[in-house]
Design a protein around this ligand. Structure first.
Ligand code: COA
Length: 177
């Protein structure tokens, strides 16, 4: 089924939250307030895959950061406000989250959402020249997409994620210049 990539708007919130609940374990799901803050403070970074009849099949959230060659772990704090970190004149995209509807996974739309949303942001904001993100070691599909899109691992942030068995897992930091 063909989907259309477009900027997210406030009216997408119910669908974004449905995708969030389908995408992540309850303990790490973001709240509606967090998405509303991102949409308000960093609308340039919020994208959705639109299907038929108002249904969304994916979202991707990002911010623009000032480029720091050596990454600062504090910047990736889970509950940071986009209003504190997003800068329209930033040079680096930070991809904070991405989900594809489970009904659609494994058909290439995750990679396409990731690639096309980044391409749109870079086309609209010529100062951008780098992209950074963190990923849970257990999120194999996401890691495959990032590797395939040319990202390399540049470090780790220890004990960032909680695993299903209560252990803490590092966040792998990946960047593409
Ligand atoms: C990550 C996610 C968005 C990918 O969406 P998707 O539509 O399944 O992605 P694609 O169909 O484009 O496939 C992605 C790649 O991962 C691979 N893949 C899928 N599951 C895999 C697994 N368990 N192990 C290894 N690779 C896997 C696919 O083969 C494909 O690789 P290829 O392009 O080289 O063939 C989706 O799985 C998702 O929403 N996951 C839950 C939330 C999440 O992890 N978000 C990312 C971090 S914020």
């Amino acid at each position: 089924m063909p989907f259309t990539l477009r900027p997210a708007v406030a009216a997408d919130m119910a669908e974004i939250m449905r995708l969030e609940r389908a995408g992540f374990a309850e303990a790490i799901q973001e709240t509606e307030e967090a998405f509303a803050e991102r949409l308000s403070a960093a609308p340039e970074g919020c994208w959705v895959l639109q299907g038929e009849a108002g249904r969304l099949f994916g979202y991707l959230c990002a911010e623009f950061w000032q480029l720091e060659p050596r990454f600062d772990p504090a910047r990736f704090a889970r509950n940071h406000a986009a209003a504190d970190t997003h800068a329209l004149d930033g040079e680096e995209v930070y991809v904070s989250s991405m989900v594809v509807d489970p009904a659609t996974r494994g058909t290439g739309w995750g990679r396409r959402l990731f690639r096309d949303a980044l391409a749109e942001m870079f086309a609209r904001h010529p100062r951008l020249r780098s992209t950074i993100l963190i990923v849970n070691p257990e999120w194999l599909a996401a890691r495959q997409i990032y590797r395939a899109e040319g990202f390399i691992e540049i470090g780790e942030i220890g004990a960032y994620f909680a695993s299903a068995d209560g252990q803490r897992l590092p966040a792998i930091v990946m960047r593409r210049d």
